[in-house]
Design a protein around this ligand. Sequence first.
Ligand code: GLU
Ligand code: ZN
Length: 304
Amino acid sequence: MNVVDQPMVGRFAPSPTGAMHLGNARTALLAWLHTRAHGGRHILRFEDLDTGRVRNWAYDATRRDLEWLGLDWDAEYLQSERLELYAEALARLDTYPCTCTRKEIAAVIQASAGAPHGEEDVYPGICRSGSDPGRPAARRWRVPDETVCVSDGLTGETLCQHLRSEVGDFVLQRNDGVFAYHFAVVVDDADMGVTDILRGTDLWTATPRQVALQGALGVPTPRYLHVPLMTDFRGERLAKRDGAPPVMALREAGESPGKVLSELARSLDFLPLRAVPDEIGAADLIPLWREFGHFHPVKSLSQT
Ligand code: GLU
Ligand code: ZN
């Protein structure tokens, strides 16, 4: 399914679990640039379903960081306020209760000597034909016996995954009631009319399962653009927990946002974003992103 003739809608979807670091800010910048370069509507969506990990101060800190950098948005949503929508969508899918613990799943995988498919364990379908009603249950999606291919609008890469053997029946709702990221993100992007998803490459391998969910829910597949994650001087990706420099600290120290934007643009391999002055405003980067898009035309996603 191709999305070409609709008004463009982009989004930035941070998890308010801590201070935004420079890597998050770079993804936020690129998502914003992409939306604005196409004259689209930009959405800020807080992915705050996992309440145990949410820090209440992080919402406002994120908003202020974005404003400070000059990255505005046209609408804001909190996933925690949209639980009914997820429940309705869940009811439309073929799911089943699963009471397995991590340990039980690992034991079955080991016993069957199934060669591991990559880093992630594929759920071996233990509860497909029934589960223990006395234990708290997660809900897993009975994935279709299909191969889903996705292609990336920026890198031009294509990735195909066979759902049964490489992904497995995955959890849409945890046994504590929390809706899973892969599920909520698909419901939200469809409900919000998102046409372009620009996000970090860490989510690239999760894209086929999200596209599969779109198919099952009968909603359009957006365009995907995966951008590299920012790495530190050791080449390791920045993470909140490793004390990557928070944007908040730079803002509070009176640093100039134009300098930070310039650093972020220069840290990318995307010419002409690399050749920017020492200080630059977010809006001045829009024509440069457009130029980048010209010699690297954004392809629409094809589903096979
Ligand atoms: N909330 C996710 C994150 O902070 C991003 C989800 C997405 O862009 O699809 O990594
Ligand atoms: Zn199970």
